[in-house]
Write a protein that binds this ligand. Structure first.
Ligand code: ATP
Ligand code: MG
Length: 602
């Protein structure tokens, strides 16, 4: 586990280091490091395979929402098409009516568009090919390459053999072509019960590859399909659909994840026997992220069993969850580019994803002041009804973002954590008798505290300000060790802020100890809701999806739960960059990578 983690970091570095050499080898476009898939495409173009066409597809099953792993596949499929002036289709591999839903198909399209990709008029469904696939099946039966088998599902499994033992041939394997054709047609016509018979390919029960041991091609299933309704009571298996759908669409490069490597000989066999256009399948290692699970089935479990609120819960690694949390498509695309693509499995540090987001938001997110856990401050020597407009910089990274005015008055809020009655040694912020700077405003000094009589909790601070320090500038060169953010009590807006921590507190939640389940590793503190936050009045009227930085606290975005009367913010990510820190510590410590703690701040 630990090694893999290091591998990812090193792998990333190696990639960057080799950027130049790889680029000069094959890559037509400057600035993009090459990879083995690009090399294959470049070579195919060189020898004019497929008449110089590049045509890819992204083929999701509409049985859940897309996650960040799918983003990697989408960026590859659509990315290569774009890079080589080709086309990329969106095709739903909808062969399993029991688990699929129109809701998923719609959400998937929304997510891909949001990521910035477009399939034009090439939206396809494998179910559109059901007639064609039926014809293909008949063709194989006629060639003596497929047969109707009456064994039950359990019997088929039991006679399949193992990696060490060959399978047993079905007693129905030698049925005549005529009988097979007749039975297949009657299967289609609904003459037999669900599960009574299947159509199997006649390949090799002794093959070392279990997928080649007479795999099932069609099953009887009386289920209403979300597109074809009750037209069919037999459905093709995924393995008999996927490769042929690629072929029908004229796909040239069928890019998919590593788990399909063992299926490739079967797809090749079908296409060769059918004598149709033969796309080249290329497998790559799927994205794995630490502290995250990437599997639609497992994510669905979290939603359906109420561990999270919805598919787009901002803690979810789904694209809709990331979007709602405040991730930008640019950050996700940049992340996908930086992780690169390889044949070998590895685990990527989720801190890299967060780093890519910070990089993007740092450039564009306007800064504001907000107080999450307010502590009241009264400036005793500030006039009662005076309100001053302080000049604040909108984005120090982007001078074109300009300035804004922030109201300052006698009663303010500061962050509760920024005051300590008995400050420990390295605490430089506000304490009795101590002076600090209020950002863009004044130097203030704490003169007394008011406590709750019952609990002893500090509930109010009394301070004095130095009028000569307007704008936060030192009047006489005297130094203060801290600058705090603040809001004016009378002018601030109340908001709810949701802070997030990792959804799982185990680095690999699928590395499961005996007797436990992946959900055992859910982090019970993944969500903290603060309902009495006070934000700068300049934020009035912002709507869902708006992102900004709250100074010193992180990047935040307006959640879709916001209403006209109450703003709700998600913390997208903190300011502290665990990725950069991990990089630095690998540099200074050689291979002894120190694990970074991922706690929310402050
Ligand atoms: P899951 O295991 O999450 O259900 P899946 O493979 O069943 O995913 P599909 O809808 O079949 O989901 O995936 C569509 C495409 O996305 C496939 O080409 C698949 O290889 C790719 N894909 C799925 N998961 C990942 C991942 N973690 N990294 C990269 N590509 C992925
Ligand atoms: Mg799949």
């Amino acid at each position: 586990m630990y090694c893999k983690h290091i591998h990812t970091l090193l792998h990333y570095k190696v990639n960057v280091k080799n950027k130049k050499t790889l680029k000069t080898m094959t890559n037509p476009e400057p600035n993009i490091p090459s990879n083995f898939i690009r090399n294959i495409i470049v070579e195919d173009l060189r020898i004019n395979k497929n008449g110089g066409r590049v045509h890819t597809r992204f083929p999701p099953e509409p049985n859940g929402y897309l996650h960040i792993g799918h983003a990697k596949a989408i960026c590859l499929d659509f990315g290569f098409a774009k890079e080589f002036d080709g086309l990329c289709n969106l095709r739903f591999d909808d062969t399993n009516p029991a688990k699929e839903d129109i809701e998923y198909a719609e959400a998937i399209q929304e997510d891909i568009r949001w990521l910035g990709f477009d399939w034009g008029d090439r939206l396809h469904y494998a179910s559109d090919y059901f007639d064609k696939l039926y014809e293909f099946a008949v063709k194989l039966i006629k060639k003596g390459k497929a047969y109707i088998c009456d064994l039950t599902a359990i019997e088929i499994r039991e006679t399949r053999g193992t990696l060490k033992e060959p399978g047993k041939e079905s007693p129905y394997r030698s049925r005549s072509i005529e009988e097979n054709l007749d039975l297949f047609e009657r299967m289609r016509n609904g003459e037999f019960a669900d599960g009574a018979r299947v159509l199997r390919a006649k390949i090799d029960m002794e093959s070392g590859n279990l997928n080649m041991r007479d795999p099932v091609m069609y099953r009887i299933l009386r289920a209403t399909h979300h597109r074809t309704g009750d037209n069919w009571c037999i459905y093709p298996m995924y393995d008999f659909t996927h490769g042929q759908s690629d072929s029908i669409e004229g796909i040239t490069h069928s890019i998919c994840t590593l788990e399909f490597e063992d299926h490739r000989p079967l797809y090749d066999w079908y296409l060769d026997e059918l004598e149709v256009h033969h796309p080249q399948q290329i497998e790559f290692a799927p994205l794995n992220l630490n502290y995250t699970v990437l599997s639609k089935r497992k994510l669905r479990e979290l939603v359906e069993e109420g561990y999270v609120n919805s598919w787009d819960d901002p803690r979810m690694p789904t694209l809709s969850g990331l979007r709602r949390r405040g991730y930008t498509p640019e950050a996700i695309r940049n992340f996908c580019e930086r992780i690169g693509v390889a044949k070998r499995d590895s685990i990527v540090d989720v801190a890299l994803l967060e780093h890519c987001l910070r990089e993007d938001l740092n450039k564009r997110a306007p800064r504001y002041m907000a107080v999450l856990r307010p502590l009241k401050v009264v400036i005793d020597n500030y006039p009662e009804d005076l309100v001053e407009e302080m000049d604040a910089v909108n984005n120090p990274e982007d001078p074109s973002a300009g300035m804004r005015k922030v109201p300052f008055s006698r009663v303010l809020y500061i962050e509760r954590d920024d005051f300590k009655e008995d400050p420990p040694k390295k605490f430089y912020r506000l304490a009795p008798g101590r002076e600090v700077r209020l950002r863009y405003a004044y130097f203030i000094k704490c003169v007394s505290v008011v406590k709750d009589e019952q609990t002893g909790e500090v509930i109010e601070l009394h301070c004095t300000y130095d009028p000569a320090s307007r704008g936060g500038n030192s009047p006489d060169g005297r130094k203060v060790k801290a600058t705090l953010h603040w809001v004016s009590a009378a002018h601030s807006i109340e908001a709810e802020v949701r802070l997030y921590d990792r959804l799982f507190n185990r680095e690999n939640p699928l590395d499961i100890e005996e007797g436990k389940d992946f959900k055992y590793y859910l982090n019970p503190e993944s969500l903290e809701t603060l309902i009495t936050c006070k934000i700068e009045p300049n934020l009035a009227g912002v709507s869902a999806g708006y992102s900004c930085q709250f100074e010193r606290l992180g990047y935040f975005s307006v959640d879709s739960d916001s209403t006209n009367s109450k703003l709700v913010f998600n913390r997208v990510v903190t300011l502290r960059d665990a990725w950069v820190r991990a990089q630095k510590s690998t540099e200074t410590k050689g291979k002894s990578l120190r694990q970074t703690k991922f706690r929310v701040q402050p």
